[in-house]
Write a protein that binds this ligand. Structure first.
Ligand code: F6P
Length: 524
């Protein structure tokens, strides 16, 4: 409520003040999603836009994995200064689910040094004492020490810490799931409360906040009551990935953005190729409306419009690929139908996630035609009262996020990318992921840390004998090199468990491409 009150003050003074959200990976992508949605909501209230976003690695990180910039606190400060130029009052919201990203720590530290302009808010899902305490290169602070300073200032409401416990992620380290959803819920609740107070000229109330939170609770119930439909989608996507084919999300409006976000996370989380799970949005960059505009010149993975799908993907589509339409009753049903027909000419493996309002019969007639073209349709029906309360968009987005997180995670579980509840094929592309990989190797091999790091380096550099140059390089150098290496952690684990050479381990993994099975063979 206190943060919402600060937002309300900023909305009343849009010339001189702003709200900036910043994060890395999915935390930055959600900052983008929430800032676009909240700016649209303000426009509908005839208010000026006040929200902006920062993502480590810039706009290309909205769609692709860019983990290295997460380690750079100076980059964080530079991007913050740029966004806030000329502003006299800034509410800065740093998002780091694990309370760990140096990029965000640098920004929070900068805010703490300039209290006359900046009020820092930290959103994350670890207890404060578990914030990362690892030294950050060329810095006198750690994430943990920044949190401690914020805790002190929080007593006088000069800083805010929003870090409820949401419990462990189902897949260890996958903060994009629960952590991402909780980020979306918390910030939207705070911002919506501020919007409601501004438009009705009434104070923010505890009850208003609570009602909005309960709408999200209903979203979970409505979405997870559809387990059979979700299972069908997971199985279809899993089957596609198992035979090295692809999963495509074709979405409309902000739900399409959730498809883009979900797809972009598969690379760092599961060591997936960008082609494995891809998202497309109707209207492409025009609809996305990101800071840097179209990014298509950066390469094929930045082609995100439906037209791109039709030109680049459709001609090679087979029945082993899974295509998922994601839309609502307010989207153009003729357009959805046309897309469904085009896809159906190539593959019957077409599915839909469709959000409708309770009692919307006009929409359901056209929907029937689309349904006939799809192998399965996950129909999510929202009660009429959600339309009235104005939270419908938030509910549909969260619901879509939950479904897509289940689809991509479940499909990668079926592909064998998870051992027990660990992602065993993660990318090792920043210090956090490097440390996580080392810990994972220790846990699974029971070998000492030193030996695990040695195996990890062999897998990164693809050598049996590490040179002095390799062993004396810093983690940043290792993680830069690891950007071009695949199956690093599985390879290191096989080396540790079997004592094989790199070449032997590589050939074993080639024969058994299901990483979990390749690893499980040597576990017991
Ligand atoms: O380092 C990559 C990554 O793990 C992403 O996969 C994730 O979305 C991001 O970091 C965010 O982590 P946090 O919110 O804890 O800073």
């Amino acid at each position: 409520m206190e943060v919402a009150k600060r937002v309300e003050v900023i909305i009343k003074d849009p010339q001189e003040s702003c709200v900036v959200m910043s994060g890395c990976g999915t935390s930055g992508r959600l900052a983008f999603l929430i800032s676009s949605g909240s700016n649209k909501a303000l426009s509908q209230l005839n208010q000026s836009e006040v929200y902006s976003y920062i993502i480590a690695g810039g706009d290309r990180a909205l769609l692709s994995s860019q983990e290295a910039p997460e380690d750079d606190p100076r980059l964080g400060v530079l991007s913050l200064k740029k966004v806030c130029e000329g502003k006299k009052r800034v509410l800065f919201i740093g998002i780091s689910c694990g309370l760990s990203a140096p990029f965000v720590a640098g920004q929070l530290d900068f805010c703490l040094q300039h209290p006359e302009v900046y009020t820092p808010v930290l959103v994350g899902f670890n207890p404060a004492h578990q914030a990362r305490d690892e030294p950050i290169q060329d810095c006198t602070f750690t994430f943990h020490s920044v949190v401690q300073r914020m805790q002190e200032l929080a007593k006088s409401q000069k800083a805010f810490l929003i870090n409820p416990a949401v419990g462990p992620e189902a897949i260890s380290g996958s903060s994009r799931m629960k952590g991402g959803s909780a980020t979306k819920i918390l910030l939207e609740v705070a911002f919506s409360a501020a919007h409601a107070a501004t438009s009705s000229n009434t104070p923010i109330t505890h009850n208003g906040v609570l009602q909005h939170m309960m709408a999200y609770e209903r979203t979970l119930a409505v979405t997870y009551s559809q387990t059979d439909g979700i299972t069908t989608l997971v199985e279809a996507a899993g089957e596609s990935l198992r035979c090295s084919r692809h999963v495509y999300y074709l979405g409309w409006g902000s739900l399409a953005l959730l498809g883009l976000i979900d797809a972009s996370e598969c690379r760092p989380t599961f060591g997936a190729d960008y082609e494995d799970v891809r998202g497309f949005i109707r209207g492409g960059y025009r609809e996305l409306n990101n800071n840097d505009g179209p990014l298509t010149s950066l390469g094929p993975k930045f082609s995100i419009a439906h037209e791109d799908f039709l030109h680049l993907i459709l001609p090679c589509l087979t029945d082993k690929d899974t295509v998922l339409l994601i839309y609502t009753h307010s989207d153009d049903a003729t357009e959805v139908g046309n897309m469904a027909r085009r896809v159906r000419e190539k593959t019957p493996n077409l599915h839909a996630v469709y959000h409708q309002a309770d009692g919307d019969t006009a929409a359901s007639l056209q929907q029937d035609d689309i349904k006939k073209l799809c192998l399965s349709t996950l129909k999510i029906t929202w009660p009429q009262e959600a339309l009235v309360s104005g939270t419908l968009q938030h509910m549909r987005e969260l619901s879509t996020k939950l479904v897509l997180n289940a689809v991509s995670t479940g499909a990668h579980v079926l592909k064998g990318k998870i051992y027990q509840n660990h992602m065993i094929d993660l990318q090792v592309t920043n210090t956090k992921l490097y440390r996580r990989a080392t810990r994972l190797l220790q846990k699974l091999s029971a070998c000492p840390e030193e030996k695990c790091e040695e195996a990890l380096l062999k897998a990164i550099y693809r050598v049996d004998m590490l040179t002095l140059e390799m062993t004396s390089s810093d983690i940043t150098t290792h993680t830069c090199f690891a950007r071009n290496s695949t199956k690093v952690v599985p390879l290191a684990l096989v080396i540790l468990l079997t004592g094989w050479s790199l070449v032997e381990a590589e050939s074993h993994l080639k024969q058994q491409p299901i990483v979990r099975e390749a690893v499980a063979q040597w576990m017991w």
